[in-house]
Design a protein. Structure first.
Ligand SMILES: [Zn+2]
Length: 92
């Protein structure tokens, strides 16, 4: 499990790579999903995410950050997400 502080830093590093600016980053208990993104740019992540291996965390972080640019799971969202994940796999 990584500390919340370190996790938030990871989110910010990815945000910079992707070129988005989350207004707030929260880590809190969530029962039904790993993360969510409000229309105002507020990201929430489940505490459970802190227990995940770094590649899994990155997948969840990238997915949520992309919602700041593409609110819905449309074709563009999926296309860009796949591009980032492919890069992620190559870098690790
Ligand atoms: Zn989503």
């Amino acid at each position: 499990m990584i500390p919340v502080k370190d996790f938030k830093r990871e989110v910010l590093i990815w945000a910079e790579k992707i070129g988005v600016k989350p207004k707030e980053i929260h880590v809190r208990p969530m029962t039904k999903k790993w993360a969510s993104c409000s229309s105002r740019g507020r990201l929430s992540f489940s505490y459970e995410v802190l227990n995940k291996p770094s590649t899994e965390r990155a997948r969840i972080i990238i997915h949520e950050l992309l919602h700041l640019r593409y609110p819905r799971h449309n074709k563009m969202f999926k296309c860009v997400l796949t591009a980032y994940l492919t890069r992620l796999v190559r870098e690790n």
